[in-house]
Design a protein. Structure first.
Length: 392
């Protein structure tokens, strides 16, 4: 029976990790999968997480099951950072649950939207490739629109048209900040307009907030999410701590529901628990417990904020140095200075991407996406030269 299955290709982005690891060249550059790297090229565990983990080992007295909602102390500790305000639960209209990474949260959001009657999800393209895979696997139709205009800013005309041609049984998947893969974010004024359009059209927003703190700052990066949540009756929010707490393989995420009232939210959450139970039963505990400890201990929270600040500053420094190089061969690097977060798209052909890998040891996604955090002050020149060599 199993021979009826078709062979599936490995996930192209994750396959790059192995290709890079197998390359013996000392000066190879990894701009593939989205993990933050220090100026020495490493991805160390945050000091605040090490401290939280030590406390966890000393204090945790059981690993007995929680429920499908996971660690609610973690879920609540994050809420003031995401939603802010005196009451981040909006009088019970917002509630959440822990998920295995941001992917688990996106999966729950899409599955819940489908269960509630959504058949189409509008999505700016290009997007994180797994978004389309989740939509396809969940059986929801994806309606694409162009995310970034030719000038390297968000294509508001395309978003406006997409929203105005949709209605209350449709949803739209928006990146809260640090757009993956383009780095092209909405300005605050654009978010204000988007919130108005969502109210006008009744389209359900699903916001994927996977990089809070890696763009302009924790507060600034939450502007769009907060604006939308303050404007609309209902929204679904997928959150990831994998990047801003450096917990990638521990899979730490959360899923939040904003309902029209507390009773609607409670009913929606009961569906979230049922979906989680049928998928993964309950999320892995360790990383979320460490985040809860870090966010409920003022000294550790301060340490985390400083660590995140320094990551953001380094990403900004790399972006500025790339923008200052202005172009490499035919590739215009100037817009990278205005864009946010870890990613940028370079207009390269498959052949150029392959030549960068084979001839220069520069690894990037097949789409032309680079993880700018993979660059350091020590290897940017080599990268720019390699880019010029393949695209000149
Ligand atoms: C990325 O886009 O590189 C990250 O979100 C990692 C992943 O799971 O794809």
């Amino acid at each position: 029976m199993l021979d009826r299955l078709d062979q599936q290709p490995p996930d192209a982005l994750l396959a790059l990790i192995k290709l890079y690891d197998a390359d013996p060249r000392d000066d190879k550059i990894d701009l593939g999968v989205g993990v933050y790297r220090t100026s020495e090229g490493g991805t160390p565990v945050f000091a605040c997480i090490k401290a939280a983990e030590a406390k966890l080992v000393a204090e945790q007295d059981t690993k007995a099951y929680l429920g499908p909602e996971g660690d609610m102390g973690f879920v609540h500790a994050l809420m003031p950072h995401i939603f802010a305000g005196d009451d981040p639960s909006f009088g019970g209209r917002i509630d959440g649950m822990q998920t295995p990474g941001g992917t688990g949260a996106v999966r729950l959001a899409v599955a819940m939207a489908k269960k509630a009657g959504v058949t189409r999800i509008l999505m700016g393209t290009p997007s994180w490739p797994n978004h389309a895979q989740i939509l396809a696997d969940t059986g929801v139709e994806m309606v694409g629109f162009e995310h970034a205009a030719a000038d390297g800013t968000a294509n508001m005309d395309a978003l406006r048209d997409a929203l105005r041609s949709a209605g209350p049984s449709d949803a739209v998947l928006l990146h809260g900040c640090c757009h993956n893969p383009t780095g092209v974010d909405y300005s605050d004024a654009q978010w204000d307009e988007i919130a108005g359009l969502l109210v006008e059209t009744g389209v359900l927003p699903i916001i994927d907030l996977a990089y809070q703190g890696l763009g302009k700052g924790m507060e600034e990066d939450a502007y769009g999410t907060r604006k939308v949540v303050a404007s609309v009756a209902e929204a679904l929010i997928a959150y990831s701590c994998d990047k801003n707490f450096g917990l990638y393989r521990d899979r730490v995420g959360a899923f939040y529901v904003l309902g029209a009232n507390a009773a609607v939210t409670a009913k929606a959450m009961s569906n979230g628990y049922a979906l989680a139970r049928a998928n993964w039963s309950m999320p892995p505990d360790h990383g979320a417990s460490a985040v809860r400890m870090a966010l409920t201990d003022p000294a550790m929270t301060k340490q985390w904020t400083e660590e995140l600040d320094s990551m953001r500053a380094r990403i900004r420094q790399v972006r500025e140095k790339l923008a200052a190089a202005s172009n490499a061969g035919g590739v215009n690097l100037v817009p990278l200075g205005q864009q946010q977060g870890m990613f940028a798209m370079l207009p390269l052909s498959k052949e150029q991407i392959l030549a960068l890998r084979e001839d220069h040891g520069v690894y990037m996604a097949g789409s032309g996406r680079i993880n700018v955090a993979g660059l350091t002050m020590g290897n940017i020149d080599k990268f720019v030269d390699a880019l010029a060599a393949v695209s000149g």
